[in-house]
Design a binder for this molecule. Structure first.
Ligand code: AMP
Ligand code: GLY
Length: 426
């Protein structure tokens, strides 16, 4: 059978790579894919992004299942287009994707369904927003409403920074993203203390299966310094999610979300990613929802998944996830992102990547911002590679990932040296 993965990042390389494991799969197409999916001769890149052209391609090739990786096509309604044509697709509808695409929608939803999250208010009037911040003091968090690729959130440690953030989100045009086109809104919320974790589940509208837990590293530099990024590395499992915390997350956050969406008439199908803040009592709060898998969390998670992903996704699109029990490698997987010079603000493109290793049983280099040019693999985006390895402990997985990473190079490569540090200190 044939399947299609939509997207071109490291997450999509990992999903496509995992789907190849299924004995039922003959061909995996990736649209548009990247240099890594082009290099693997079992994967086939398709240069399409238009939803109707993708649906035409799926019909022509008799593709049985499409999986959508990134938020942008989901928020744009690709699932609605596919479903209207009777095509099997895994992901949320445009309406359900609002859990990620609109912070205001997500916060209102959580308030209504009593899902633990930071207290907040929504503003479109800058004066009122400034007054709210003055009243509550710092630290405080200012979020632009709308997709902003991780750049629309300011954790303001001082009142001055909070006021500045309000002005550039509501009044200026610096962010250059859609929410500034008019009717801009910000969500201002209380600062949450604790440790973050990524909690991702598969949903079929009704049933839920949780994936292995993971933890991302959002800041660019070691010791969590520097600007926020899409994620500089991740590992799985996340020790902060103890069995007790896991049960609380399912009971207080995940199930009320799935049931709440169904009750509101917008059942959630797809990967649901709850970004959590877990306090010192082990109480989880929702920092954000994403309507897709995490990147780079997917890379370590897929390295640990032993079940047949194709079978699982067929159940997920049949509404029979209650019949699925996922099997995991007991080892830790850890992925280190290599990013381009200038990332995150202004990544440089076109640097030649050398020393890419052949795949081995315990390590895999997933590609993100890469492309093939003549006979070279060259950088073509901010996050370029995610070097991912398995090990019997976080420390060993970390050692192996950095060992493989040492062999890979391109001009200006930036990476963190401390991926996994929280789990190692524990
Ligand atoms: P978001 O895009 O909403 O996930 O926010 C990006 C990052 O900002 C999160 O991963 C957190 O590190 C931080 N953050 C967001 N909201 C809060 C909050 N209420 N309290 C503390 N940190 C936050
Ligand atoms: N790694 C964070 C995200 O995918 O949103």
């Amino acid at each position: 059978m044939k399947v299609l993965v939509i997207g071109n990042g490291g997450r999509e390389h990992a999903l496509a790579w995992k789907l190849l494991d299924s004995p039922k799969i003959q061909t995996v197409f990736v649209a548009p894919g990247n240099g890594g999916t082009a290099l693997d001769n079992r994967l086939h890149n398709v240069p399409l992004t238009d939803f109707n052209e993708l649906a035409d391609f799926v019909q022509k090739e008799k593709i049985v299942l499409t999986v959508v990786g990134p938020e942008a096509p989901l928020a744009g309604g690709v699932v609605d287009v596919f479903r209207a044509r009777g095509l099997r697709v895994f992901g949320p509808t445009k309406a359900a994707a609002q859990l990620e695409s609109s912070k205001a929608f997500a916060k209102e939803f959580m308030k209504r369904h009593k899902i633990p999250t930071a207290a907040y208010e929504t503003f479109s009037d800058a004066k009122l927003a400034h007054a709210y911040v003055d009243k509550h003091g710092a630290p405080i968090v200012i979020k632009a409403d709308g997709l902003a690729a991780g750049k629309g959130v300011v954790v303001a440690t001082t009142l001055e920074l909070a006021h500045e953030a309000i002005d550039w989100m509501l009044l200026d045009d610096k962010l250059g993203v859609a929410h500034n086109a008019g009717g801009a809104r910000v969500v201002i919320e209380h600062f949450l203390e604790g440790e973050e974790a990524s909690f991702i589940v598969l949903c079929d509208g009704k049933h839920v299966v949780s994936l292995a837990t993971s933890q991302d590293h959002k800041r660019l530099q070691d010791n969590d310094q520097g600007p926020n990024t899409g994620g500089m590395g991740a590992y799985s499992p996340a020790p902060v999610v103890t069995p007790n915390v896991h049960a609380k997350v399912m009971h207080e956050i995940v199930m009320p979300t799935i049931q709440g969406m169904a009750k509101d008439g917008i059942p959630f199908t797809g990967f649901l990613y709850a970004g959590l803040m877990i306090d010192s009592n082990g109480d989880p709060r929702t920092v954000e929802f994403n309507c897709r898998m995490g990147d780079p969390e997917t890379q370590p998670i897929m390295m640990r998944l032993k079940s047949d992903l194709f079978d699982v996704l067929m159940h997920a699109t049949d509404g029979t996830l209650d019949q699925v029990d996922l099997k995991w490698d007991r080892r830790v997987a850890l992925g280190v992102v290599m990013a381009a010079a200038g990332y995150p603000l202004n990544p440089r493109k076109g640097d030649v990547i050398k020393g890419l290793p052949a795949a081995s049983a315990d390590a895999m280099v997933f590609h993100a911002g890469t492309t093939l040019k003549d006979n070279d693999v060259v950088t073509s985006g901010g996050r370029v590679l995610c070097v991912t390895a398995l090990g019997d402990s976080v420390k060993l997985a970390q050692q192996r990932a950095y060992e493989v990473l040492q062999g890979v190079n391109f001009d200006g490569a930036q990476y963190r040296q401390d991926i996994g540090h929280r789990a190692i200190k524990r």
